[in-house]
Design a protein around this ligand. Structure first.
Ligand code: SF4
Length: 165
């Protein structure tokens, strides 16, 4: 029995089933796509422009030992100069517009902008607030939007797969 099969068998025995198993399968798919299109490594710089914090919690969860997104070739980096993609969460509050633009400008070409969460699409529950510039596409050219409030690690992986196919 392979290590993967042992992990799945242990999870089934404990009653932990659907999402981790689907996540493992999708993750393997994502790993192949990243290997083919990004020489095995896809680097993301994340910026929160006014989120409630739950979108970040899910993104952080994606890097925990259960989901371990890094094993599929996705890494989060501190500097925009090292990033292939900019991942933005939350509505864009007016006081974050300049910081967001500066982060984008610091990235090397070619660069992708990914927005995550319903707030990042159009302001979400904060839409219409006096201090919101709008969704991310009001400030930067968004390449991929990942819906959800908040999007889960599995949603994140599925969206990346659809985009990279
Ligand atoms: S999309 Fe939902 S979880 Fe994400 S920042 Fe907005 S309210 Fe919070």
């Amino acid at each position: 029995m392979s290590v993967f099969d042992k992990v799945i068998a242990a999870r089934l025995a404990r009653g932990i089933v659907t999402q981790p198993i689907e996540y493992e399968k999708r993750g393997a798919e994502l790993k192949d796509l990243i290997a083919a299109k990004f020489s095995r490594s896809f680097f993301i710089r994340e910026v929160d422009t006014g989120s409630c914090g739950a979108c970040e919690s899910e993104i952080i969860a994606a890097t925990n030992p259960l989901y371990d997104l890094q094993r599929y070739g996705v890494s989060f980096v501190a500097s925009p100069r090292h990033a292939d993609a900019l991942l933005v969460t939350g509505p864009v509050s007016k006081n974050m517009v300049l910081a967001l633009k500066k982060t984008y400008d610091a990235m090397p070409e070619p660069k992708l902008v990914i927005s995550a969460g319903d707030c990042a699409l159009n302001g979400g529950v904060f839409k219409g607030s006096y201090y919101i510039a709008g969704g991310v596409n009001a400030v930067l050219p968004v390449t991929l939007h990942i819906p959800g409030c908040p999007p889960t690690p599995l949603t994140l992986v599925k969206a990346l797969i659809s985009f990279l196919r």
